[in-house]
Write a protein that binds this ligand. Structure first.
Ligand SMILES: *Cc1c(COP(=O)(O)O)cnc(C)c1O
Length: 400
């Protein structure tokens, strides 16, 4: 079958909850993906940063195949010989004492919110069901009813109420607004250290550290959603480390499996994660041996291949080169490491047509928030490949 036929089938039988580029991929290797008509593209989205390790990384693939032959799912009613090692290795790498495995990112966010509420009632002494959690305008934390309840994006939210109560919104990047919003019932603030889906919004320097100190001062938990920014994407293992901030709770997902399988986790110390007791929370697939084996291999690749350091170096070069492109359309180039947003002027007619033009040149990128092109290739990308992409990007940003 050819591209057109796949698209027709998909449009006919599938719900239209995405607006993908018209490219049908069939194979991936490292930073490259191939479509059903044999064309090759540089992947500049990395499945929203889930394939930081590159497509079909051979070591993660081997771990997956080996584990799949042995046992894939035990449920948490029994123990398995992968989960314990996954816990230990995740703790060694991140410095958090404990973790709780889930599958999708949204589930891990929900888990962190449940944990914060329980902590508020059991430890902080907030009257039952009066806990408040502060969220930021422009956030993206997933698509469940609760996570869209505090979304400020009408498209994600408007037709889906009634909403989960207990959340308030403050502007993103404004630490004083957080301080003002804190009251005795505040359990936590949840934020992204850089807003990915919001359009690669980098908050002002000092924001995270100021928020962290307000949290500490007022006995409020800081929850960092590092599902997109974490595991090396921004040139640090966690983006919060750019400001030496260690949140009480860090949520990870996406690249935790290198794109092979949905694996997410909530990271925190014993004083917090120790609050969950048997039966209070769970997931049939969460922490299954296949997921744990894949995640162990995916984490090992990040360390062994020095992907964090590489993202910092190559990312700096990429941002610098993109910033130097003389284009009538570009308003701003921003980002950290290999999480880069090119914001176009609003009169340029939206980022979509630029993404389509990039596709014609063999580069897959996706618009986010209408006017921003996100460049977030797998972290295994090298300078030579960036140099291959730059003239193509230059041409598209200049000639349309
Ligand atoms: C992708 C993402 C999520 C949701 O993850 P899913 O696996 O799609 O549920 C949550 N938060 C952030 C910051 C994300 O980028």
């Amino acid at each position: 079958m050819k591209t057109k036929e796949y698209i027709e089938l998909e449009e006919h039988y599938g719900a239209h909850n995405y607006h993908p580029l018209d490219v049908v991929l069939t194979r991936g290797e490292g930073v490259w993906v191939y479509d059903v008509d044999g064309r090759r593209y540089l992947d500049c989205l990395s499945a929203y940063s889930a394939v930081n390790q590159g497509h079909v990384h051979p070591k993660i693939l081997a771990a997956m195949q080996e584990q799949a032959k042995k046992i894939t799912l035990t449920s948490r009613a029994f123990r398995n010989d992968q989960l314990a090692l996954f816990y230990k290795e995740l703790s060694d790498l991140t410095g958090y004492e404990m973790s709780l495995p889930m599958n999708s990112g949204a589930e891990a966010v929900e888990t962190a919110l449940k944990l914060a509420r329980k902590w508020a009632y059991q430890v902080k002494g907030v009257p039952r069901y009066e806990a408040e959690i502060i969220t930021c305008a422009g956030n993206f934390h997933g698509r469940t009813i609760t996570t869209i309840s505090f979304s400020t994006e009408p498209l994600y939210r408007d037709d889906f109420g009634p909403f989960t109560p207990g959340f308030i919104t403050v502007p993103y990047g404004d630490a004083s607004a957080v301080e003002k919003a804190i009251n005795p019932n505040t359990a936590a603030i949840i934020l992204e250290p850089i807003q990915g889906e919001g359009g690669v919004i980098v908050p002002p320097a000092g924001y995270l550290s100021r928020v962290a100190s307000f949290c500490k001062k007022n006995n409020v938990l800081l929850i960092a959603d590092e599902i997109q920014t974490g595991l090396g994407r921004t040139g640090k293992l966690f983006a919060c480390q750019h400001e030496d901030v260690r949140p009480d709770v860090t949520v990870i997902g996406k690249a935790l499996s290198g794109g092979f399988y949905p694996v997410s986790a909530v990271l925190a110390d014993r004083a917090l994660l120790g609050l969950f007791t048997p039966g209070e929370h769970g997931s049939t697939f969460g922490g299954n041996p296949l997921a744990a084996a894949i995640a162990r291999a995916a984490l090992k690749v990040i360390v062994e291949e020095k992907l964090v350091e590489s993202a910092a170096q190559v990312g700096e070069y990429f941002i610098e080169q993109l910033s130097e492109i003389p284009s009538p359309h570009v308003k701003e180039v921003r980002g950290k490491g290999l999480l880069i947003g090119v914001e176009l002027k609003h009169e340029s007619g939206g980022a979509r047509r630029f993404c389509e033009a990039l596709q014609d040149k063999g580069i897959l990128a996706k618009e986010t928030h209408e006017h921003v092109i996100r460049f977030a290739p797998p972290l295994v990308i090298d300078k030579e490949t960036i140099d291959w992409a730059l003239p193509r990007i230059r041409e598209v940003l200049n000639s349309h």
